[in-house]
Each structure stands twice: as structure tokens, then as C-alpha cells.
Design a protein around this ligand. Structure first.
Ligand code: BG6
Length: 524
């Protein structure tokens, strides 16, 4: 944590030496300093996967293009393919050309290219890891990368153990005051509480807690960080942010795509593990937590942990959860197949592609306010939002309120980023007719800066050693404690997931579920 003395500078310098980073949200004097990573090497495992190609490699380039990577930077790919450095560089080049957010600039690419290396090998191949250690050492010397190394494990969790122990065996996990070694792990963090603990033990056997960065890419999104700005930078919303005013909260992450060729990952995992355990419970925690004393990782985690610990799994699983599976239907004017017909999916699979749960929070602020979380593939449109629905005004002195809903605050996470306030207004006429209208804040019209991709922010934070946007293990455990009873209930249940046609808003059973509370799902 960066302390402040009268001049503000001495303690900042000391904190940098300790490897801490200055948090621009907390230290006004530093708000305008660009956060540029120091010299380092980023080693990526899983470079042949979709995530690397579509998100990670483009993010690295975008950071370079924005001047946020140092000249002393190296990028090493590790995979089974029989590639040379040039082949891997071509893969990175093509991924960047196709998916980068910022324009392709030859001079940026040329500089990045000088630090690109590839190491071929299997995860259990000692010699390959020996070569990896050698390649990194060479990069340290040639590019002045300072012995600082980040290992990004974009690989299935079952391979974590062998990669982590190889890194340890070959001396790549130690760090001291002069250099660092960090590991980045992608979700899923296990498939239940027990496996999450095992995973933590494996990674923790080689890396210290401060060197472990768990990626939940939703936390890298500007609009997700804006939940904290919206709540804690303003006075106007706090008085209503509680059970005196809010009737219920709906957190939706709807996707229009199917499983997009990811049957190998998705089948057996399902929507609840894929999204509710991480993205949606993080959104819920940020929406419901108390104000942290600062945005330090420790303070933020303390508040998120407190609220996650107060979240109760559904009391009655049969009536307060719903799972579904998409069947053939029509999406965007095209016929699409059902989940069970997707390539690589077990034709008898009971994996859910729709999941909804009703949760409550046992604390003074939220007691009695249900939080409905839902996520699904093959919905009519892609939308993620957090909607706080307010109670109806206690008295309505109007004759015509047929078209009046309740007030709502909607945090629009994506794709139409912004915030909506919904309230009643008089329809121009000779009658006192009231109808819902909205007041909108849209990123596009209020800011000239485009939002960086979540992975740009998160990779930069890893290289800077800045942990607030990475869930800590306690958060992961608490999330599994909430979800495990739901998953157990579904596994033991005799009934398969309910069908819903592709391109619809989900199974009718989910509508019934929320209707039991007296509410209806939003159709954003
Ligand atoms: C990932 C899930 O974490 O998030 C995917 O594994 C999902 O199934 C993706 O498609 C959605 O991310 P975004 O940023 O497009 O909302």
C-alpha cells in the first residue's frame, strides 16, 4: 500500500521498492501517471487455444500500442506444436491483425516481434522446461527483462499441477526483492469447493499468495469497476441502496451465441459453474458489499468476502433454482441446432446452458431482498446488466397508472455500456396519465476514451503486480459454498434440465420461479 507523507513522495518511493503499486483511485497526486509495466517476460501456456488467440495476444499488442509495455519485454509461447519462433510469431501476428482493439502499427509490431520466442514441449517433459528456463534466461540478457517473469496458464485445470511443479523444479518460481515470478490462472477455479482447495494448494506449493493472480475477466471490465464508482463516488444513490427501497435485484448475463465449438470445455461444466460461480457472484458482491476503506486488494477482498459469506444458498432448491438446455430454434433469423446436437456434446448430456438462482443476503442492508441471478446461452440478445428494482411508491394519486412499472437503477455492463434510471413521468395530454421513462448515461456519449478490453487491464495489472481486480482464494471458496448445494441438488435430481428454444428468454419454469416472488424477468 502506498503511504503518504507530507510531500507524498518518500513513502511512494519506498512502497515501489517493496513491489507495491500506487493505486490511482486512491492517490490523487498520481492519477495522471501512466501505469507502464516494468521490464519482464510473459510466458503463455495454452497458446493454441481460442482465449489466447482472441483475447490474450491481442491484449498484449494493444498494451504495446498504447505504450504501456516497456522496450524490455518478451513474450514466450509454450505448446506441443512443432513450431519455430517465426511460426509462433505468425500466429500472434494473425491474432493481433484479426482481433486487436487498436489499429495495427508496423513499428509497434516490429518491437514486439524482437521479444517473441517459442518453446515446444509437453507438460511432463523435463527437457522442454529446461529449454523454457534457458529461453527466459536468454531473453533476460538480450532484452534486459530483469529476471521478472509472469506465467499465464490458459490451460485446463487438470494440467495445472504438472506445469506448476515443472516451473518449480526448473527454478522459475522463486522471487526476491530484485525480481519477481507470478502465475496467472484462468477460471474455472476447480469444479467445487474441494477441488478449488486442491487447486489452491497445488498453485500455493510453488507460488506465494501475492504472486498468484486469478483471472475473472469481468473484474477487468470498465463497467464492472464503475459499479464501485457509481456507488461510492456519489451521494445520490446510497440512501436507496438497501431493503427500505429495493424490492429485488436481477443480475443477468445473457449470450446469443451457443457453446461456440467449446464442447470439450463446456459439456459437464455448464452455465452455473462457467458463469454464476465467478462473474455473477462477483457482480453481486460489488453491488451488495459495504464501502471498502480503500481500493487496495486487501480492503476490497475484505468487503467482498464479508458479503459473500452472508449470501445464503436457495432455501428451497426445487422452487428457487432453474436449469435449462437450449433446443433447436431460430436465432437472428437463422435456424440453429440444439445443445445436444452440437459437435462434441454427449447426446444424453444434462449440462445446463441456462441457470437461474434466487439468493438472499443475511445482513441488515439486504435482509428480505431477493437477488435473482441468471445466465444462458442462445438468448435473443447479448446483454449483461445489474438491475435494482425499487418498491412501488406507497401511494399513487393518479387515475391512470396502467403503464407504470416500478423505479429501477440498471447498471448496463455490456454491450450498451452505461446506466439507466427508470421512473414515471406524465404523458403529454389533457389527462394525468403516467408512464415509465428512462434517463440514460452512455459511455459512448459521455467519454471520448474508448474502454480498454478487460484483458488489457488485467494483463497490465499482473505485470505491475497490482492485485485489486483479482479474486482472492477466500472469495473463490465462498462462491463454491453458495453454489455447491445447487449443483448437488441438480446432480441428484431425477429431472433433466428444462428445454428452451434457441432465441427465447429461457424455460417457462424460470418465469414461474421468479413469479413465485411476485416478480417477472426483465426483457432487456
Ligand atoms: C467466459 C465464459 O468466462 O465468459 C464463456 O467461459 C462466456 O462461456 C464468456 O462466453 C463471456 O464473456 P464476455 O466478456 O463476452 O461477456
Amino acid at each position: 500500500m502506498a503511504g503518504r507523507d507530507a510531500s507524498g513522495s518518500a513513502t511512494r518511493a519506498t512502497s515501489r521498492l517493496r513491489g507495491d503499486r500506487i493505486n490511482p483511485l486512491r492517490d490523487p497526486a498520481d492519477r495522471r501517471l501512466p501505469r507502464v509495466a516494468g521490464p519482464c517476460v510473459l510466458v503463455m501456456f495454452g497458446v493454441t487455444g481460442d482465449l489466447s488467440r482472441k483475447k490474450l495476444m491481442p491484449a498484449v499488442y494493444d498494451l504495446a500500442n498504447r505504450g504501456l509495455l516497456p522496450p524490455g519485454f518478451g513474450l514466450v509461447g509454450f505448446a506441443r506444436r512443432d513450431w519455430k519462433d517465426e511460426d509462433f510469431a505468425k500466429v500472434v501476428h494473425d491474432a493481433v491483425a484479426e482481433h486487436a482493439r487498436t489499429p495495427f502499427r508496423e513499428e509497434v509490431w516490429e518491437q514486439l516481434l524482437e521479444g517473441i520466442r517459442f518453446v515446444r514441449g509437453e507438460f511432463d517433459d523435463n527437457q522442454a522446461f529446461e529449454r523454457l528456463a534457458g529461453t527466459i534466461r536468454e531473453l533476460d540478457e538480450e532484452r534486459g527483462t530483469g529476471g521478472n517473469h509472469a506465467f499465464y496458464l490458459s490451460i485446463p485445470p487438470k494440467s495445472f499441477e504438472s506445469v506448476v511443479s515443472q516451473l518449480k523444479r526448473h527454478g522459475m518460481t522463486g522471487y526476491d526483492s530484485s525480481h519477481w515470478s507470478r502465475v496467472v490462472i484462468e477460471k474455472p477455479f476447480g469444479h467445487d469447493l474441494e477441488s478449488a482447495r486442491d487447486l489452491d494448494e497445488i498453485v500455493g506449493s510453488a507460488f506465494s499468495p501475492e504472486s498468484i493472480f486469478r483471472i475473472d475477466h469481468y473484474l477487468g471490465k470498465e463497467t464492472v469497476q464503475n459499479i464501485m464508482a457509481f456507488r461510492f463516488a456519489n451521494q445520490i444513490f446510497e440512501p436507496i441502496w438497501n431493503n427500505h427501497y429495493v424490492s429485488h435485484v436481477q443480475i443477468t448475463m445473457a449470450e446469443d451465441i451457443g457453446i461456440a465449438g467449446r464442447a470439450g470445455y463446456y459439456d459437464g461444466i455448464g452455465a452455473a459453474r462457467d458463469v454464476i460461480q465467478n462473474h455473477l457472484l462477483q457482480l453481486m458482491a460489488l453491488t451488495a458489499m459495504e464501502e471498502p476503506t480503500s481500493f487496495d486488494a486487501e480492503q476490497l477482498c475484505a468487503e467482498k468476502t464479508k458479503v459473500l459469506a452472508a449470501i445464503q444458498p436457495p432455501e428451497d432448491m426445487a422452487t428457487q433454482t432453474c436449469r435449462g438446455q437450449y433446443v433447436a430454434g431460430s436465432q437472428g433469423g437463422e435456424r440453429v441446432r440444439g445443445y445436444l446436437e452440437e459437435d462434441g456434446v454427449d447426446p444424453h448430456s444434462r449440462t445446463e446452458t441456462y441457470a437461474a438462482v434466487r439468493l438472499t443476503i443475511d445482513n441488515r442492508r439486504w435482509a428480505g431482498v431477493p437477488f435473482y441471478l441468471r445466465t444462458a446461452k442462445r438468448m435473443p440478445r447479448r446483454v449483461t446488466e445489474v438491475a435494482l428494482n425499487l418498491q412501488r411508491a406507497p401511494h399513487l394519486p393518479f387515475s391512470d397508472t396502467a403503464a407504470l412499472g416500478t423505479n429501477a437503477v440498471v447498471l448496463r455492463i455490456q454491450p450498451d455500456e452505461g446506466v439507466t434510471l427508470r421512473f414515471g413521468a406524465k404523458v403529454p395530454s389533457t389527462q394525468m396519465e403516467i408512464r415509465d421513462v428512462t434517463m440514460d448515461f452512455a459511455y459512448g456519449s459521455s467519454f471520448t476514451e474508448a474502454s480498454p478490453e478487460a484483458y488489457e487491464r488485467l494483463i497490465l495489472d499482473v505485470l505491475l503486480g497490482d492485485p485489486p481486480l483479482f479474486p482472492q482464494h477466500e472469495e473463490v471458496e465462498l462462491a463454491w459454498k453458495i453454489l455447491d448445494p445447487v449443483l448437488d441438488f441438480w446432480t441428484e435430481s431425477d429431472t433433466p434440465p428444462c428445454d428452451y428454444p434457441s432465441g427465447s428468454w429461457g424455460p417457462s419454469e424460470a418465469d414461474e420461479m421468479i413469479a413465485r416472488g411476485g416478480f417477472a424477468w426483465r426483457r432487456p
